[in-house]
Design a protein around this ligand. Structure first.
Ligand code: HEC
Length: 107
């Protein structure tokens, strides 16, 4: 009897993601030394009030050093975290913009 396919190509188990899941698995903008000026502006319009200049933290947690990286970061940004002050940005921040914000914070 053939073994059922693993939910992820690398064989790790877990909850399969819906078809509408994100377009990228890893940050396509990671390592970009100069995230565009527009991302800095976007960050300052949407995140800085809670996460502070350059993600240093404040009302929301410090976002540098990446306690939460990759798709985990993306999901929190797009879907928010219910029961906390972290809002869902889906519809206001695109997936690409969320990845760019992460690249911006990584510098
Ligand atoms: C109204 C305040 C507020 C705004 C605006 C906000 N956040 Fe948050 N954010 C929070 C709070 C509070 C938490 C912590 C939630 C918790 O207790 O788990 C959080 C958590 C997060 C986390 C998870 C951190 C971790 O490691 O657990 C990420 C990533 C994040 N925010 C990114 C962003 C980004 C990117 C933006 C801008 C698009 C943004 N946030 C805007 C308040 C905010």
């Amino acid at each position: 009897m053939p073994h059922p396919p693993a939910p992820f190509p690398d064989g790790r188990g877990g909850v399969p993601q819906p078809a509408s899941a994100n377009q990228y698995e890893t940050n396509p903008f990671s390592g970009d030394p100069e995230p565009a000026e527009e991302v800095r502006v976007l960050y300052n319009e949407t995140c800085v009030i809670c996460h502070g200049p350059n993600g240093a933290g404040g009302r929301g947690p410090n976002l540098t050093g990446f306690p939460l990286a990759g798709v985990g970061f993306l999901r929190v940004v797009l879907e928010g975290r219910s029961g906390t002050q972290m809002p869902a940005w889906k519809g206001k921040v695109s997936e690409e913009e969320a990845w760019k914000e992460m690249a911006y914070l990584e510098r």
